[in-house]
Design a protein around this ligand. Structure first.
Ligand code: ATP
Length: 308
């Protein structure tokens, strides 16, 4: 079955004055997935979300959503889209509950029971009755999340959902995201917290200085760049021999093992090379490269390219 994206950006750019901060961004987000847009501070994540939500117009390019090419505004989808942005503005003197009622009214109204269900879902508990201005960062994040879910939307944008949370709060938010995914929702997360994203998102795009450097399944992206760790008795001979072979990547000798730039499916080839000189590895295993390594490598290369 050919699943169509629920959201696509078609070569969007954004300039402020004569500075182009978003350059030719093509994103595709599929229904029912958690998609992560990763980027350092200032990479352009908020600007992209702003364009998707219709708060900013792209300078060039188009955005399609729910199978429809948008003509500048996604307002008519406002009950199908939820957004928890860092800038969500609440009334400080109203309670969390009353703030949710205010937002619900602005969105066309929902039954009061829906608000109570959300308060329960995000774990606001008894604090739902306290004034917003008394909330901790964690409670504010919970309220923001609840607010994004008022209309039971299909597509939910979470801007840095775990920022400012303690480890327990981060885990709870991850679990809530997991629950939303299990209900068939699509989640678009922006973050620079790569470990968080890795635990939640199925696919990611890496944004650097307004450009997408990579996009794909987390599992596939982090595997592109694998290293094998090989334990052998005669490290010196093995390293010299492997380093001289044209089909073997870079070999680095460590104290008790070798590191080789190679993927797991090259392990057998490396073993058979070593067998030719009578060396039989005790152990060959991939060294886990994670999303953070991938991201840092990618952005470092890009910086080097710019310098050259
Ligand atoms: P952060 O993680 O710090 O929130 P970000 O990835 O969300 O960063 P943006 O806020 O989208 O990045 O900013 C991208 C670039 O666009 C930055 O260089 C920023 O200074 C610039 N920028 C954003 N909004 C405007 C604006 N209204 N006028 C001029 N420049 C802007």
């Amino acid at each position: 079955m050919n699943v169509q994206p629920i959201l696509t950006t078609h070569d969007i750019t954004k300039s402020f004055g004569d500075i182009e901060v978003i350059r030719g961004v093509n994103l595709a987000v599929y229904p029912g997935e958690a998609f992560g847009l990763l980027g350092a501070n200032g990479a352009g994540k908020t600007t992209i979300i702003g364009m998707i939500l219709g708060l900013l117009l792209p300078t060039t390019g188009k955005i399609s959503m729910f199978g429809e090419m948008l003509n500048g505004s996604s307002k008519h989808f406002n009950r199908r889209i939820g957004a928890a942005l860092e800038t969500s503005a609440f009334y400080p003197y109203l309670s969390g509950r009353d703030n949710l009622h205010v937002f619900a009214k602005a969105l066309g109204g929902v039954p009061a029971a829906r608000i109570e269900k959300l308060i329960d879902f995000v774990g606001l508990g008894a604090q739902a009755g306290s004034r917003f201005q008394t909330y901790s960062t964690g409670m504010k994040r919970r309220l923001t999340l609840a607010c994004s879910l008022i209309t039971d939307p299909d597509l939910i944008f979470l801007d840095e959902p775990t920022i400012g949370l303690d480890p327990a709060g981060m885990r709870e938010v991850r679990e809530l995201i997991g629950e939303l995914i299990s209900k068939g929702k699509t989640i678009f997360i922006t973050s620079h917290m790569l470990h968080e994203v890795e635990q939640v998102c199925r696919r990611v795009a890496v944004l650097n200085k307004g450009e997408i450097l990579a996009q794909g399944l987390v599992d596939e992206l982090v595997c592109q760049d694998q290293t094998l760790r090989i334990e052998v008795a005669d490290l010196h001979s093995a390293a010299n021999y492997l380093a001289g072979l044209p089909d073997v990547g870079q070999v680095t000798k460590k104290e008790n093992y070798l590191l080789i730039d190679a993927t797991l499916d090259q392990a057998e080839m490396i073993s058979s090379h070593l067998a030719k000189i009578g060396i039989y590895p005790r152990r060959i295993e991939p060294v886990g490269s994670d999303l953070e390594d991938f991201f840092l490598d990618l952005t470092k290369d890009e910086i080097t390219k710019h310098i050259q």
